[in-house]
Design a protein around this ligand. Structure first.
Ligand code: NAD
Length: 492
């Protein structure tokens, strides 16, 4: 039985892409499961001149585009909790309208002063909204909670991220700020903790004595599409590595938290990130590789995409080697890669264990395949599950070993909540486990800034990879020079 949460959600950017594609659908799912029901209200704000009815139509349309055959009455009841106020976030005087509306709805739905401020709009507005919410007294003061939810990107380097954080901290405490990284809402990313800390066979071996290397791949098959304006100013390092990949890596690298609670988990992630080696120029040059996709047939290369300068130096691919200078990981590299126009759209983690020190089956003429390394693969998406590759005797007459995969893939028909549903639910509960803390964000930027600094002074050899591949040749060489290989290769 779901626990019903009470809150007013004030949504800034209510007519935007994220709200209409993801957020209303997520809230609807929470509604039909009873996590929100009678005691919630949403004030949507944006510059568009909508009335409540037009806004509700937008919400209903958004939900219908994601849910087949949604029950009409349920959907109308859900939408009746939505209200709209046209509002320019830079207009300080107008916040009093939002405050009055919030107070009115608080009484109407008995929300007990609980308020969530969800900023689904360009990050350059985050500071001004946070400031006005406080100075114009939109925050509740009767003992209910005030929580701020913000989307990525959180700055474009450490300095800008710190300035943004200082601006937010003037109005909200760290435990009131929920920085969304939607990868942390994914089932199998959350499962990293379950697999690690729920299984002796993994946690006992989860260190540099038994793990040879760990590989994290976030691959996209599409190009830059309509996001050139944003993407060309960002690039794969800022867009994917600083946030999603660093979050995944910190979950893989951290020590066991004292308890399964947000403060304890965050403390361990921060500790892991503090021991990540920040590279000097020479190290960054050899340990990181960047790429940009070529044209292919009639398909444009990155530099030919609409809105991209013809001499753009923005990377659409990154691969890198990360080293943790701590007792658990010293000598065990984490290889990461992400890019656009790659061989498929998927996210996976491959934990590569060391081979047995001696292969006793490899006697002459044995016919056995040499023992392979055990690999724990976590399939994050599109399939959700994991596999463990082990060496076993095959069924032949002789004694021949071969690798076998023990595999669990989640049933596709099971209703696994989507990331935004989980994350909004976490905000309603006040659970910060699956959000990035400021310290995590700060350490991730300090690492990434060093790579960026080196890349900004070196001329890239772009374009340098064919669409439909797994990136430039140099990304493979990053591992072969260490006598290793990517576990996921093309045509698998
Ligand atoms: P969008 O441009 O589609 O929507 C922006 C919204 O802000 C619109 O409702 C617009 O009317 C409103 N707005 C703009 N200026 C305003 C002003 N001065 N006052 C009041 N309202 C104003 O943006 P989006 O794609 O929905 O992205 C929202 C946020 O989510 C951004 O931080 C973005 O980086 C992040 N994000 C989006 C996605 C996505 O899939 N769209 C994914 C990850 C992160």
């Amino acid at each position: 039985m779901a626990t019903e949460r009470r809150a007013l959600i004030m949504l800034f950017g209510a007519t935007g892409d994220l709200a209409t594609r993801k957020l209303y659908f997520a809230m609807y799912n929470l509604y039909i499961k009873g996590n929100i029901h009678d005691h919630f209200a949403v004030i949507g704000t944006a510059r568009n001149k909508f009335n409540d009815e037009q806004f509700r139509e937008l919400v209903i349309k958004s939900v219908n585009s994601s849910v087949k055959n949604a029950d009409k009455k349920t959907l109308n009841d859900f939408a009746s909790h939505f209200y709209y106020e046209a509002h320019d976030v830079t207009d300080s005087a107008h916040y009093s309208v939002l405050r009055d509306k919030a107070d009115e709805l608080d009484k109407k739905y008995d929300l007990q002063g609980n308020r969530i401020f969800y900023l689904s709009m360009a990050p350059n507005f985050f500071g001004v909204v946070a400031k006005n919410l406080k100075t114009q007294n939109v925050l509740s003061t009767n003992g209910g909670f005030n929580r701020l939810v913000i989307e990525k990107p959180f700055g474009r380097d450490f300095a800008s991220a710190k300035a943004l954080n200082d601006a937010l901290s003037a109005s909200f405490n760290e435990d009131q700020i929920f920085r969304i990284d939607h990868y942390l809402g994914k089932e199998m990313i959350q499962n990293i903790e379950a697999l690690r800390f729920g299984n002796t066979i993994f946690e006992a071996l989860w260190n540099n004595r038994y793990i040879d290397n760990i590989q994290v791949t976030l691959a996209e098959d599409l190009g830059v599409e309509e996001r050139a304006g944003y993407y060309d100013n960002s690039g794969a390092l800022r867009d994917m590595v600083q946030n999603h990949i660093m979050q995944i890596v910190s979950l893989l690298a951290m020590e066991q938290p004292v308890a399964f609670k947000d403060v304890d988990i965050r403390a361990e992630k921060v500790k892991a990130l503090r021991s990540l080696r920040v590279y000097n120029v020479a190290e960054a040059s050899v340990n990181f590789v960047r790429g940009q996709y070529d044209p292919e047939g009639k398909n444009p290369g990155y530099r030919q995409e609409a809105g991209v300068p013809s001499d753009s130096r923005t990377e659409t691919f990154v691969a890198g080697k990360l080293l943790f200078d701590n007792y658990r990981w010293s000598g065990t590299p984490f290889y990461i890669r992400t890019g656009k126009k790659l061989a498929g759209k998927f996210t996976r983690v491959d934990v590569v264990f060391k081979k047995p020190l001696i292969d006793i089956f490899a006697f002459p003429q044995s016919g056995s395949t040499p023992l392979t390394e055990n690999v724990l693969t976590i399939f994050v998406d599109p399939a959700q599950g994991f596999s463990l590759r082990v060496n076993a005797k095959n069924g032949d007459q002789g004694f021949h070993t071969e690798p076998v995969d023990l595999k669990f893939i989640e049933d596709k028909t099971r209703d696994v909540p989507q990331p935004y549903e989980r994350l909004i639910h976490d905000v309603l509960k006040g659970d910060g486990t699956n959000f990035s803390s400021w310290q995590e964000v700060g350490y991730a930027w300090k690492f990434v800034d060093q790579i960026r600094r080196v890349w900004d002074i070196q001329q890239p050899m772009f374009p340098n990879y064919q669409p439909g591949t797994m990136g430039p040749v140099a990304a493979d060489e990053l591992l072969t020079k260490d006598h290793r290989q990517w576990i996921y290769k093309l045509n698998q």
